[in-house]
Write a protein that binds this ligand. Structure first.
Ligand SMILES: *[C@@H]1O[C@H](CO)[C@@H](O)[C@H](O)[C@H]1NC(C)=O
Ligand SMILES: *[C@@H]1O[C@H](CO)[C@@H](O)[C@H](O)[C@H]1NC(C)=O
Ligand SMILES: *[C@@H]1O[C@H](CO)[C@@H](O)[C@H](O)[C@H]1NC(C)=O
Ligand SMILES: *[C@@H]1O[C@H](CO)[C@@H](O)[C@H](O)[C@H]1NC(C)=O
Ligand SMILES: *[C@@H]1O[C@H](CO)[C@@H](O)[C@H](O)[C@H]1NC(C)=O
Length: 364
């Protein structure tokens, strides 16, 4: 090729090199801007997880440091981790009267990033659109029963396929958490990887973990009351009531948990919660009652605390479980029947083995 001004091979090489250099500089600058435009500490935690699926939710961390501050201890403990602590998912049907409830949940769960990945399972285009924009991950409901209610186990299996994390949990969509969730899970991780002084504790070390707890009901929660961890904590202390011990609203399981073997119970209908706990106890999984250290606030609306009982398919789970297992002693699946519990001791959380379980908790 001939031109008026022939450029030597070396000249062209230099030209390309400088173009490339400029491009790299521009790119780095943009990346720098994205990562550090907000120099708050919480922003930097993003770096811990930037390789996780490359999803943009890990970038949108600005503005949470005052309302949802990270404890130094949480950041420090997760420093060497390459994956989130928890994948947290739920599902609901879009209705006008639950807009505020889900909006408060949205803010609350998003504030747990990047240690927690929030997911909503939905087949509704409106929910997908709004929640994707808000920063949630949205996955389709693959398998439903009882007139379109998601089957619990497939949510765990799908979430696990999509994300690697230390724990996975379904939680009802009206439950709010605080960073007490993170503090507790970090202690349980440490506990699970340590060796222990008693034979009972040692013998369950290899098993799967299920963490459950009682919820605290708060009536007519407002957006203001849900706008920070300290607000949620205060409103729970002032207006909250610890709900009954045979109602479980979240089921945190270790990543190895054998969800494949769980029957096809659906969310939002009675019986499955106690059965899951009862089954885990029978299988000798490590079942931990975290009531004392995980604050789980239930946003109770005018529909009250027994919404599932008003549905046409309210006995779906019970009917399914009875055909599989005949007599089911649901009482053995209450929170206080868990063999382990978490306790808070002048600020520190520890996990203890319950030596004296109530007699009514004894497995037959
Ligand atoms: C993180 O890793 C470094 C180097 O491997 C180690 O010194 C430090 O103790 C670890 N921190 C935690 C919290 O595990
Ligand atoms: C929550 O409400 C705020 C204010 O009304 C709105 O801007 C935001 O999009 C809502 N978020 C969700 C997820 O509905
Ligand atoms: C528990 O396991 C640890 C390490 O595997 C061992 O050192 C310890 O002696 C065991 N304790 C009991 C009571 O078996
Ligand atoms: C909650 O609000 C409803 C109206 O929507 C009201 O009837 C009820 O008394 C309120 N409950 C409490 C405990 O404030
Ligand atoms: C709480 O944990 C810290 C750090 O591990 C320790 O220094 C302190 O003694 C503990 N407090 C209690 C009451 O156990």
């Amino acid at each position: 090729m001939q031109t008026d001004k022939p450029v030597s091979a070396g000249g062209r090489y230099r030209e390309w090199t400088s173009l490339l250099l400029i491009a790299i500089l521009c790119f780095s600058f943009i990346v720098y801007l994205i990562l550090y435009s907000d120099t708050s500490d919480s922003m930097k935690t993003f770096n811990l997880f930037k390789n996780v699926q490359g999803h943009p939710i890990f970038v949108q961390l600005s503005g949470q440091s005052t309302l949802f501050p990270w404890k130094e201890s949480v950041r420090e403990l997760r420093k060497n981790s390459t994956k989130p602590l928890l994948t947290l998912f739920t599902s609901w049907l879009d209705t006008e009267d639950k807009f505020v409830v889900h909006n408060i949940t949205s803010v609350n769960w998003l504030a747990l990033r990047p240690f927690v990945v929030p997911i909503v399972f939905t087949n509704e285009a409106a929910v997908e659109k709004v929640y994707t924009r808000a920063g949630w991950l949205v996955l389709p409901v693959r398998i439903a029963a009882a007139d379109g209610v998601p089957v619990l186990k497939y949510m765990y299996l799908d979430a696990k396929k999509k994300f690697e994390s230390d724990f996975y949990t379904y939680a009802n969509s009206d439950i709010l958490f605080t960073d007490s969730l993170l503090d507790t899970l970090i202690e349980i991780l440490k506990y699970n990887s340590a060796s222990h002084n008693s034979a009972e504790e040692n013998s369950t070390l290899q098993h799967h973990t299920l963490i459950i707890g009682r919820r605290t009901n708060v009536y007519n929660m407002t957006m203001k009351e849900g706008s920070s961890w300290s607000e949620v904590t205060n409103v729970a202390r002032e207006k909250g009531e610890l709900f009954r011990s045979d109602a479980e609203d979240y089921f945190i399981t270790s990543s190895s948990y054998p969800w494949n073997d769980i029957p096809e119970v659906v969310i939002g209908r009675r019986a499955y919660d106690n059965w899951l706990v009862l089954n885990a106890r029978k299988q000798k999984h490590k079942v931990i009652d975290a009531t004392d250290t995980i604050l789980a606030v239930h946003q109770t609306t005018k529909d009250g605390n027994y919404e599932g009982m008003k549905k046409k398919t309210k006995e779906h789970n019970h009917n399914l479980l009875v055909t599989l297992y005949k007599n089911i002693q649901y009482g053995l699946g209450a929170t206080e029947c868990a063999e382990y519990q978490t306790i808070r001791n002048t600020g520190n959380i520890s996990i203890i083995f319950r030596r004296n379980l109530a007699t009514y908790c004894r497995l037959g």
